[in-house]
Design a binder for this molecule. Structure first.
Ligand code: UD1
Length: 424
């Protein structure tokens, strides 16, 4: 199993390029199931979740070309014939976002059989809202043997009010609604940029969607969608992670190929913490020459501070003077990184959904375990400023969502290497 070995203490200097957003690429790949024509997606990140999605789509009978080069990271998906509209437990258990195929499959094929995802390291994460929404669109749902099966001759447009804001739930139903008969209105929809990116692709494919990126999305169903070419937005979470890396190490880092408009909450929080940043059109420079001050944080749906940046912010909070209270509102069990940070010398107390972080405490290298994708990122950040050599085990978690993190960090001065050879 791969490990990352990081020797802390080097300031990060230079330019690091952000990859395409994994969480936009995944629904866009699922959207290719809605048409029998090829869909070309550019700026695809080279991460393991994309490879899992390739396998998932290929298992259904779609032709998927996936290529990574200096100039292009691109996939072409041609779902001409879908022999098996199914997502197996084997794939869903490694990536919950596999449930994104449920809506497109039932809309296109009239039938979908998708494994229920089961438990998750960061919380329960049910998919009840996806299922209720599909029922509102007229699908007949059955659940047995750990699978959910949805059937409908043709979905019918409906008003759907989400009880709770869900990102992939919004995306799943948005895709389903594109081929439904009549109008669908999604209320209390997720406003994340990844939802808007998916809607941009779907509209390129001939869908009629208005309001994506706001809480109310209107979809006029069409009978057929066509192929399209689309460029995936930059990954705001990867950008945010590098911003904290630059700040923490006292570096001077240019985060290139990002969209500062998607980073508003992250940049505002960094400013409160005393981190200097300078956004430009498609990059942000971070200068880590100030001491950090404690700042409370509450995770929220977009445009609030993202839960996917909470663990990384906690690493920063360990190096800030004073007490920061971090409240996790989205997932019930997303503090797995805290205990590992404590093993490195952090002072963190967990009280239910709140973590109380008191700094500044020096961090010292230790052998630590990555427990989920973003938790692993926080351990990398802590290791970059820890005294000595940290060994992070179970790096496959980080490979799910960060493209070649060790190469990117090494190029800007980090002392980091991978042991093992299991790059995605
Ligand atoms: C997506 C992101 C993930 C991010 C999360 C929150 C992708 C592939 N993943 O996950 O990186 O951390 O948004 O920003 O885009 N919920 C229900 N019932 C449902 C669906 C969700 O109760 O049917 C709850 C969840 O348990 C959670 C909350 O709603 O407490 C938000 O979850 P959701 O937005 O659905 O997260 P994902 O879409 O799975």
């Amino acid at each position: 199993m791969d490990k990352l070995v990081i020797r802390g203490g080097e300031p990060l200097l230079g330019t690091v390029r952000v990859s395409g957003a994994k969480n936009a690429a995944l629904p866009c790949m699922a959207a290719a199931l809605l048409t029998d024509e090829p869909v070309i997606l550019e700026n695809i990140p080279q991460v393991r979740d994309i490879e899992t999605t390739r396998k998932l789509l290929a298992a259904m009978g779609a032709e998927v070309e996936l290529g990574y080069g200096r100039a292009h990271h691109r996939t072409t998906i041609h779902a001409k014939n879908l022999a098996t509209p199914e997502a197996s437990y084997e794939l869903v258990k490694t990536m919950r976002a596999s449930t994104l195929v449920l809506g497109p499959l039932v809309a296109r094929c009239g039938r979908a059989r998708v494994s229920l995802p089961g438990g998750c390291a960061i919380g329960q994460r049910p998919i009840d809202l996806h299922i209720k929404g599909l029922e509102r669109l007229g699908a007949k749902i059955t659940q047995e043997h750990g699978y959910v099966e949805a059937k409908a001759n043709r979905l019918r447009g409906a008003e759907i009010l989400f009880d709770k804001i869900t990102v992939t739930g919004t995306e799943d139903l948005l895709m389903a609604a594109t081929l439904a008969e009549g109008e669908t209105v999604l209320q209390n929809a997720a406003c994340e940029p990844e939802v808007a990116d998916l809607a941009a692709l779907l509209n390129n494919m001939g869908a009629k969607i208005q309001g994506a990126g706001t809480p109310t999305i209107r979809v006029k169903g069409v009978s057929k969608l066509k192929g399209a070419k689309h460029r995936i937005i930059p990954d705001r979470i990867e950008a945010g992670t590098f911003l904290i890396a630059g700040a923490l190490t006292g570096g001077d880092l240019n985060i290139a190929n990002c969209d500062p408009a998607h980073l508003t909450a992250i940049l505002a929080k960094l400013k409160q913490t005393g981190v200097k940043t300078k956004p430009s059109k498609d990059s942000v420079r971070v200068m880590g020459d100030n001491p950090f001050s404690a700042s409370d944080l509450v995770t929220e749906e977009y445009p609030g501070f993202p839960t996917d940046m909470q663990a990384q912010f906690m690493a920063l909070a360990t190096q800030a003077e004073g007490t920061s209270i971090i409240t996790e509102n989205i997932f019930e069990n997303r503090f797995m990184h805290a205990q590992e940070l404590v093993r490195m010398g952090a002072n963190i107390r967990i009280e239910g959904r709140r973590a109380v972080v008191t700094g500044k405490t020096p961090l010292s290298a230790a052998a630590v375990l990555a427990s989920d994708l973003r938790a692993s990122a926080s351990l990398v950040l802590a290791a970059l400023v820890a005294d000595g050599e940290t060994i992070i085990d179970r790096v496959y978690h980080i490979d799910r969502g960060y493209e070649k993190i060790e190469e990117k960090l090494k190029a800007v001065g980090a002392q980091i290497k991978r042991i093992g050879n299991m790059l995605p």
